[in-house]
Design a protein around this ligand. Structure first.
Ligand code: SF4
Length: 484
């Protein structure tokens, strides 16, 4: 594993990235102007733009075309995402697609269906074992599965695909569901990256969100993971939760700093109780104010930078020796449904209920409920229910938005060469729309490039949104989370 390296220099970062010396401030006024609801751009077009006209037939066609070599993204690399939806108890902030149950026997029917899906995908791809360089288990809680069930899934995947030597095999872990022995089993099963859902260490906050797990427990597990040789250990945190204060969150940041995971994902809590039922159990009056949230974000960024972490982008930090930080410095960072990635833009096969995939110039999503998912597979059909075939305009805008989200910079010439356009002509109106952000000091427009400033990283989504064609006439922005 990439052992936690010593405090490293951050001077190799892009000069516009926040550094320990310059933790940027976002004024109340800028916040009011630019903290609007917006997508996180793990894809463009975003998943809410997928349409039902793209279904199993179209998905099958995309897989078959890939098998024939017609549309192979990312130099032929393939990534797998496996969604395990079950959790034993609900966290009140949750916005994931999950099924709350204590009945572990429900996993058997699910794994039967998953195996059928793996078989269908394999035969659609020509029946030969495709090389896979990245595999991610997410959820829900993948560790709801027993060790034997995890082995069963891995055996099915290894039977259908060829896991390349050195492939990244990662898994999300709910600390409450594992022991050091279980981590050892995951390591033996081949996982080399692990992500712990921490969120906050303050007991009052944990009670308010119905997710109680002690600092000591997480410390013990991270220590075990490290000694077991996991190459990268991630911790997820959330700010904006009920009962959090700038001071309490600073303590959590300090505790995480002490554990020294290789990567930290810091998410903003999106309170959308009308969309996500568990959130109705959160007491709105206990939520921090917008100003508190800015203080928490600013404090966390400054805290992690001061502890030697590099700022990767919107919501990620990594130790300078971690592959993500190295990719950032070398301009090789990408973004996919799991967030930032070192993997080149490659095809992704999404397996399991609600999983999203990307094959060639198309995105596709599986059925969101278990009955629908099971039903499709019983009929021998891919369980895809929605998707989108990208147009030339989508591909062009995706390139611009991903450059902003990953590098904080768009070089006109590279977009012009790749898409055969005149950037200033095609995006004349967008460049004009950027003016208020330029005035706010969030972005700079150079003769041949757009550069996100250090402060602009706080609202990089707002900058990307300018290039999102689908948002133009959209009157329903409130369905997205706020940017900060
Ligand atoms: S946050 Fe994670 S563990 Fe909690 S209910 Fe949602 S999916 Fe399950």
């Amino acid at each position: 594993m990439s052992q936690a390296p010593p405090f490293g220099t951050i001077c190799a970062m892009s000069p516009a990235m926040p550094t320990a010396a310059v933790a940027p401030a976002l004024s109340e006024e800028l916040l009011r102007r630019f903290d609007t609801p917006g997508p996180r751009y793990t894809s463009y077009p975003t998943a809410d733009r997928f349409v039902e006209a793209f279904g199993p037939v179209e998905a099958l066609g995309a897989l078959q075309q890939r098998a024939q070599g017609a549309t192979v993204g990312g130099r032929g690399l393939l990534s797998l995402y496996v969604h395990i939806p079950f959790c034993e108890s609900v966290c009140y902030y949750c916005a994931c697609n999950k099924v709350i149950t204590r009945h572990h026997e429900r996993a058997t029917e699910y794994l039967d269906a998953l195996e059928r899906e793996v078989g269908l995908v394999r035969s659609a791809m020509g029946g030969s074992a495709q090389p896979v360089t990245q595999l991610h288990f997410g959820g829900g809680s993948p560790t709801f599965l027993s060790d034997a069930e995890i082995d069963r899934v891995m055996a099915s995947l290894r039977g259908a695909f060829r896991l390349a030597p050195g492939a990244e095999l990662s898994i999300e872990v709910d600390p409450r569901t594992v022991t050091p022995q279980r981590l050892e089993h995951l390591r033996q099963a081949g996982f080399n990256r692990i992500s712990f859902g921490v969120q906050d260490f303050d007991p009052k906050v944990q009670q308010a969100v119905h997710r109680v797990q002690s600092f000591e427990m997480v410390r013990e597990l991270m220590k075990s993971a490290r000694s077991l040789g996991f190459e990268s250990i991630n911790a997820d945190l959330i700010y904006g939760l009920p009962r959090q204060t700038a001071d309490s969150f600073e303590r959590t940041v300090a505790q995480i700093g002490e554990l020294r995971p290789d990567r930290i994902a810091l998410y903003a809590y999106a309170h959308l109780p009308q969309r996500f039922k568990p959130q109705r159990r959160i007491v709105s009056a206990e939520l921090p104010t917008a100003a508190d949230r800015v203080a928490m974000l600013g404090g966390a960024i400054a805290g992690f930078l001061a502890r030697g972490y590099s700022y990767i982008g919107m919501d990620h930090f990594a130790l300078p020796g971690d592959a993500l930080a190295v990719a950032k410095r070398q301009g090789r960072l990408h973004r996919n449904f799991q967030g930032y990635s070192t993997q080149p833009d490659c095809d992704i096969i999404g397996l399991g209920v609600s999983a999203i995939g990307r094959v060639g110039p198309a995105y596709m999503q599986n059925a969101k409920t278990l009955p629908e998912y099971y039903d499709a597979l019983r009929q021998g059909q891919l369980p895809v229910v929605r998707g989108i075939a990208l147009t030339r305009d989508d591909l062009l805008r995706r390139a611009v938005i991903m450059a902003l989200m990953c590098q904080g910079r768009v070089e006109f010439e590279s977009i012009e060469l790749a898409h055969l356009i005149d950037f200033r002509k095609v995006f004349a109106s967008e460049l004009q729309q950027l003016e208020p952000l330029v005035e706010g000091g969030l972005v700079e427009i150079e003769p041949g490039a757009i550069q996100v400033t250090a402060t602009g990283w706080y609202v990089v989504r707002a900058i990307a949104m300018v290039f999102d064609r689908y948002l133009r006439e959209d009157k329903l922005r409130e369905r997205f989370s706020r940017i900060i």
